[in-house]
Design a protein around this ligand. Structure first.
Ligand SMILES: [Zn+2]
Length: 272
């Protein structure tokens, strides 16, 4: 099982691939394989509403795919709105959930990526958003999912739709499909704080955002933390971890927040 091999992986939520400075920083970091890590690029597809340049986007996505695993990162409201926001007024031009729901956007983007010849293997919902239909869409597209987190994102309410998981698992979806879930476990700051202690997570999965690289201090902290992490865990990448196989199966409901209190859900999960 992937979770027992003491590996670490890194992914980046590439949200601003058309911003030349942000892209240059990310592309340089990914190509350098910091501390031996092949960083997965979880790319936000171009937003038709805001007229983002599709051909430049594809050029950059193809470049990212040459240096590491490629993923699909959906923002339901375009560049600045990660999670879906139901429209209060049906005439509002800022409707971020269409008639086909949050899963509809994932399917449309996934189809567009394939038509363009890209073959992403990973998915991550913006703002850690997921629900049953989004998970089904990710499974249909053949993705492994990185939307679950092993921590409670501080800006979300406890019962906000998201997935909570401590180690890789195969989720049994209501349709009967299986979705491999590789939870994100550490932000840059969380990793820096965790490194002096024992790393409890079976698989350390560090995530960051491309825009973090604009901040010199954060960028240096990431590189330093990855060097230290590589001394503790074997650097791997998300595609290799998924290919190695995940043999823990969980019902999809087990990773949803509430109404089962988190502490009870955790101990229940540990029995499975
Ligand atoms: Zn995002």
């Amino acid at each position: 099982m992937a979770g027992e091999k003491r590996y670490a992986v890194v992914s980046c939520h590439v949200e601003r691939p058309l911003d030349d400075l942000v892209w240059a920083r990310f592309a340089a970091l990914q190509a350098s394989r910091p501390a031996g890590f092949r960083i997965a690029a979880l790319l936000r597809p171009p937003d038709p509403e805001t007229g983002e340049d599709e051909s430049r986007w594809l050029e950059r996505a193809r470049a990212a795919a040459r240096h590491g695993p490629l993923g699909h990162h959906t923002h339901w409201g375009g560049p600045t709105q990660a999670r879906p926001v139901p429209a209060l007024d049906p005439g509002d031009s800022h409707v971020t959930v269409t008639g086909d729901g949050p899963a509809g956007r994932v399917r449309r983007e996934g189809a567009w990526l394939r038509e363009a010849g890209l073959r992403p293997t990973l998915f991550c919902g913006g703002g850690w958003y997921s629900d049953e239909s989004v998970a089904e869409a990710a499974a249909e597209l053949g993705y492994a999912d990185c939307t679950a987190t092993s921590f409670d994102p501080p800006y979300l309410e406890l019962n906000a739709p998201r997935l909570h998981l401590d180690a890789p698992a195969r989720l049994e979806l209501p349709s009967g499909r299986r979705l491999v879930e590789v939870p994100s476990t550490h932000s840059i700051g969380m990793l820096a704080r965790a490194l002096p202690r024992r790393l409890a997570e079976p698989l350390v999965h560090v995530y960051f955002h491309d825009s973090d690289l604009l901040d010199r201090r954060r960028s240096l902290a990431l590189r330093a933390a990855l060097r230290l992490l590589a001394l503790r865990r074997t650097p791997s990448d998300l595609d290799r971890v998924v290919a190695a196989g995940v043999d823990r199966d969980l019902p999809f409901d087990a990773v949803l927040p509430g109404p089962v209190p988190r502490t009870i859900a955790r101990s229940w999960r540990s029995l499975l």
